[in-house]
Design a protein around this ligand. Structure first.
Ligand code: GLN
Ligand code: ZN
Length: 762
C-alpha cells in the first residue's frame, strides 16, 4: 500500500511563516528573507514527511497566504484592479501582487480593496474567493507549483506529488462579479490552462498529481456533475501517462458515488474519518483499474487514531481491490491540525497520550501500514491508549451524562409565550421606545491586555488585578451612563476570548500551548480541547456582573457565550455525538443563567454567533443539526422566570434560509449584524413576521469610521418600515473590543442621538 499525505500545515511549529509574513508586510524584512523562511519551512516539512515514511510527499500545498489564491495566480485570474501594483510601483514583484489581492493595497498612492474571503467548507480556515467576469481569461502566470516540484524533488530525492485544486472545485469556489453567466460555464476556457499545467508538470518529471475536488462530496446540480465528467474526460485525453488522484474530503460521496468512481483517473481519495459508511458502496461501484486512497486519520481533530477502526476499513478495501489498489492517508489535508504534539510539555501526560497532531498523524499512517505488514505490537500499544481514553474517569462523569439524558421539553421552553413575557418585562424594565445598548465588549486597550498578562504571569496579585479590572469596568459604566445608554454592559475587560474564558472555568476542557491552526493568512487560532464530560464547578460570570450591576441604577446586561459557539470554536470529542457535547455545555450555561438571575441580574445575553457556521455541508443533514442546536440554546436560556429578559447575539450571518429556526430560539431580544447590508439582512425577519424583539446593528464595528447621526436614523427608519417599532432596539453590529475608545465614544454618542431623534420622529 502506498502511504501518502494530502497536505501539511504551513506555518511551522513556532509559527515562523506568520512572523515572516507580518514582518515583510511591515517592511521590516525584505523579499529574500521572506523566501528563505518559506524555503526552510518547506524543506523541513518535506524531510519530516519523508522520515515519517510517506511514499508520496505533497508539494505546492505550502502557501504564503492561501492555496485558493495560489490557484488564482497560477491560472492568471487576477482582477484588473490589481494591475497597477506591478505596473506602477517599481520594485514590486509577483509576491506583492499576491499579497495585494489577499490584503488590499494602500501604498504608493494606490488604494485597492482586497478580494473577498470566506470559510473553507465547514472548517475555520478562510480562503480568498476567486473573482470571475463573463469574458474571464486564464493563462499561466506563476511558476510556484513548478518551482515547488523541483525543490521538493531536490530535497527528498523522490518524485513528489504536486497538489492543485481541481478545475471544477476551483470554479465553484469562486464568485461571478458580473450578471448574466454562471462560473461553471468558464470551464471550457479554463481547461486548456489546467491541461497545460499538468503537461508541464509531466514534462518536469511528475508521476502523480493530486487534484482536490471537495465539491464531489457536496450537493451537486446536474450541470456541475456534467462539468466533472467533461473536465476529467478532456484531461484524461490530453494527459496520458500522468497519474491523477482526485481528493474528496469533509463529506461522503453519497449520491455522487457513480459520478466519482467513473471519472477517468488513477485514484480516488475518500475521507473515511468524516464519512466511514461510504466505503462499502464505493467498493461495490469501483471500476476494474482505479485505486482507492483511504483517508483514515482525522485531519480535523487532535485525537489519536483508533487503529482497530482504521484497520477494519483497510482490510475491507484490500479484500475487494487487493493491496496494489489501496493507498492510505489522513482524511484531509493536515492544514487543519496543529503541528507537533511533542511540544506540549505542559500537557498532562495522560491527556497527551490520547492525542496526535500533524506530525504524529503521519506516524499513524506509517504504523497502520506496518500493522498490515505484520507488526502486531503496534496495534496492541494503540489499543491500550484507546481503551484508556474510552474508560477514563477523567472523561466520563456519570452524573453529567444522566443530566443530559434527563433533559425534558419543559427544560427547553420558557414558562410563558413571548407576548406574556414581553408584557411583564416591559412593566419591570420600563425602558424607552427603541432602547439603546451594546453587544458586550468595550475596547481592549493595551493597558487591559497587560493587566491580564501580568496576572497570568504572577507579576501582580489577584487583589491588584481585581482592583484594576474594577476600575476600568467602573469607568466604562460611568461613561455609558453619561452618554445615555439604556441597558449597560460591564465591558468584558476580564476576558481574553469569548470561548477560552468559559473553557478555562468549565470541567472537561484543556488548553494547549502551541496547538495553533491557520484561520486566514497569517492569523492562527488556538482552539480549546473538549476532552471530557462538561460541567460547571462554580459560578463563572456572577462576580463581575454583580459588581457591575451594583455600580448603577440602570439595568446591567450579563454576557455569556452559547453552547453551540463554544462547541464550534473548540476541538471536540470524537467519542460522542456533537449534540451530546453541546447539551452538556448547555446545561452548564443554564446553571450560570440561573445563578445570574438569583444574583439579581434581570437581562442576560447568550451569544451564538457560530450557529450558522455549524450548518452541515449537505442540505439533507441541516434540519437535524438545526433542531439540536436550537434546542441546546433553549436549554441554556429557558431556566428563568418570565421577567428575566434573555438576549442573544448573532453576527456574520445570513438568515433567509434559517429564519424559522432563529425564531424557534425564542430569545426575548436578538441583536444582529445588519449595517453593512443597509438592513437587507433584516428582510428575512420582516418576511417571517418575526415576533420577538430585535436590535439590527446600526453601525459597522469592523472599521474605525464614526457614523453620523443621520446615517443611523436612516437605518432605523428602514428598520421601522420592516418591523413594529415597539420591537426594535438600537445597538452596534457587534462587540467593540477591537476598536479604540475615541471612535467608540463618538460613535455611541451619535447612536444615542439617533435613537432619541427616532423616538420623536417615528
Ligand atoms: N459579547 C461579545 C462581544 O461583544 C460578542 C462577540 C461576537 O459576537 N463575536 O465581544
Ligand atoms: Zn458579533
Amino acid at each position: 500500500m502506498l502511504k501518502h499525505n494530502l497536505g501539511y500545515p504551513r506555518m511551522g511549529a513556532a509559527r515562523q511563516l506568520k512572523k515572516a509574513c507580518e514582518q515583510y508586510w511591515q517592511g521590516r524584512i525584505g523579499r529574500s528573507e521572506l523566501f528563505v523562511t518559506a524555503k526552510r519551512l518547506q524543506e523541513e516539512h518535506w524531510q519530516l514527511q519523508q522520515q515519517a515514511g510517506m511514499d508520496l510527499i505533497p508539494c505546492n500545498d505550502f502557501s504564503f497566504y492561501d492555496h485558493v489564491l495560489d490557484m488564482s495566480l497560477l491560472l492568471g485570474a487576477v482582477p484588473d484592479r490589481y494591475a497597477p501594483v506591478v505596473t506602477d510601483v517599481p520594485g514590486n514583484a509577483e509576491i506583492d501582487l499576491y499579497f495585494a489581492m489577499a490584503r488590499g493595497y494602500q501604498q504608493h498612492g494606490l488604494d485597492i480593496t482586497a478580494m473577498e474571503m470566506t470559510k473553507w467548507f465547514d472548517t475555520n480556515y478562510h480562503y480568498i474567493v476567486p473573482e470571475f467576469t463573463a469574458n474571464q481569461q486564464f493563462r499561466i502566470i506563476s511558476n510556484k507549483v513548478f518551482n515547488a516540484f523541483d525543490a521538493a524533488r531536490h530535497t527528498t530525492g523522490t518524485i513528489p506529488k504536486p497538489v492543485l485544486i481541481g478545475p471544477v472545485s476551483y470554479l465553484l469556489l469562486g464568485k461571478e462579479k458580473e450578471r448574466g453567466f454562471h462560473r461553471i460555464s468558464l470551464l471550457e476556457k479554463l481547461l486548456p490552462v489546467y491541461i497545460e499545467v499538468l503537461q508541464k508538470l509531466q514534462e518536469a518529471g511528475a508521476v502523480w498529481v493530486q487534484l482536490d475536488e471537495p465539491f464531489l462530496a457536496m450537493d451537486l446540480s446536474e450541470a456541475e456533475a456534467a462539468a466533472f465528467r467533461n473536465a476529467y474526460a478532456e484531461i484524461a485525453r490530453k494527459c496520458k501517462g500522468l497519474k491523477l488522484m482526485i481528493a474528496t474530503y469533509f463529506e461522503g460521496l453519497r449520491d455522487n458515488i457513480q459520478l466519482a468512481v467513473n471519472l477517468p483517473v488513477c485514484c480516488l481519495h475518500l475521507d473515511l474519518t468524516r464519512a466511514p459508511h461510504q466505503l462499502e458502496a464505493v467498493l461495490a461501484a469501483m471500476p476494474p483499474k482505479t485505486s482507492l486512497s483511504l483517508g483514515v486519520v482525522d485531519g480535523r481533530n487532535i485525537w489519536k487514531n483508533d487503529y482497530e477502526r482504521s484497520l477494519s476499513h483497510i482490510r475491507k478495501a484490500v479484500a475487494v481491490l487487493g493491496e496494489d489498489r489501496v493507498m492510505i492517508a489522513p482524511g484531509c489535508s493536515l492544514l487543519h491540525s496543529p503541528a507537533d504534539l511533542s511540544l506540549e510539555t505542559a500537557l498532562d501526560p495522560e491527556m497527551r497520550s490520547w492525542m496526535a497532531f500533524a506530525k504524529q498523524k503521519l506516524h499513524e499512517v506509517y504504523e497502520l501500514d506496518a500493522i498490515v505488514a505484520g507488526n502486531t505490537a503496534l496495534l496492541e500499544a494503540n489499543s491500550v491508549a484507546i481503551a484508556g481514553r474510552r474508560t477514563s474517569a477523567r472523561i466520563h462523569v456519570p452524573a453529567v451524562k444522566q443530566r443530559t439524558q434527563a433533559i425534558t421539553d419543559a427544560d427547553a421552553a420558557r414558562l410563558s409565550a413571548f407576548p406574556e413575557r414581553q408584557r411583564v418585562q416591559t412593566e419591570k424594565l420600563r425602558l424607552p421606545l427603541l432602547p439603546t445598548t451594546t453587544i458586550g465588549s468595550f475596547p481592549q486597550t493595551d493597558e487591559v491586555r497587560q493587566l491580564r498578562a501580568q496576572f497570568r504571569k504572577g507579576a501582580i496579585t489577584a487583589e491588584q488585578y481585581d482592583a484594576a479590572i474594577e476600575e476600568v469596568t467602573l469607568s466604562a459604566i460611568r461613561w455609558q451612563e453619561e452618554v445615555g445608554l439604556d441597558v449597560l454592559v460591564h465591558g468584558e475587560f476580564e476576558r481574553n476570548d469569548m470561548v477560552e474564558y468559559f473553557g478555562e472555568m468549565l470541567d472537561g476542557f484543556v488548553f494547549t500551548q502551541n496547538g495553533w491552526v491557520q484561520s486566514y493568512g497569517s492569523r492562527c487560532v488556538k482552539p480549546p480541547v473538549i476532552y471530557g464530560d462538561v460541567s460547571r464547578p462554580r459560578d463563572m460570570t456572577v462576580r463581575w456582573t454583580q459588581f457591575a450591576q451594583a455600580q448603577t441604577e440602570l439595568p446591567m446586561k450579563a454576557m455569556l457565550t452559547g453552547p453551540v459557539t463554544i462547541l464550534q470554536w473548540s476541538f471536540v470529542r470524537d467519542d460522542q455525538p456533537r449534540s451530546e457535547t453541546t447539551y452538556q455545555i448547555a446545561l452548564a450555561i443554564r446553571d450560570e443563567v440561573q445563578a445570574l438571575e438569583r444574583a439579581g441580574i434581570g437581562i442576560i445575553q447568550i451569544d451564538e454567533p457560530a450557529i450558522r457556521e455549524g450548518l452541515p455541508l449537505r442540505r439533507a443533514d441541516r434540519e437535524a443539526y438545526l433542531h439540536w442546536a436550537v434546542r441546546a440554546f433553549r436549554v441554556a436560556a429557558c431556566g428563568v422566570k418570565d421577567e428575566t429578559q434573555i438576549h442573544t447575539h448573532m453576527c456574520y450571518s445570513e438568515f433567509n434560509d434559517i429564519i424559522e429556526h432563529i425564531a424557534a430560539m425564542d430569545a426575548d431580544v436578538i441583536t444582529i449584524e445588519t449595517s453593512r447590508s443597509q438592513m437587507e439582512l433584516l428582510e428575512a425577519f420582516a418576511g417571517f413576521r418575526y415576533p420577538n424583539e430585535i436590535g439590527p446593528g446600526v453601525y459597522d464595528i469592523h472599521s474605525p469610521r464614526v457614523p453620523g447621526v443621520e446615517e443611523m436614523t436612516a437605518l432605523l427608519r428602514r428598520a421601522a418600515q420592516l418591523l413594529p417599532v415597539r420591537n426594535l432596539w438600537v445597538n452596534p453590529d457587534c462587540g467593540l473590543k477591537t476598536r479604540k475608545w475615541p471612535e467608540t465614544k463618538a460613535a455611541l454618542e451619535n447612536m444615542v442621538a439617533a435613537a432619541r431623534e427616532a423616538r420623536v420622529l417615528f
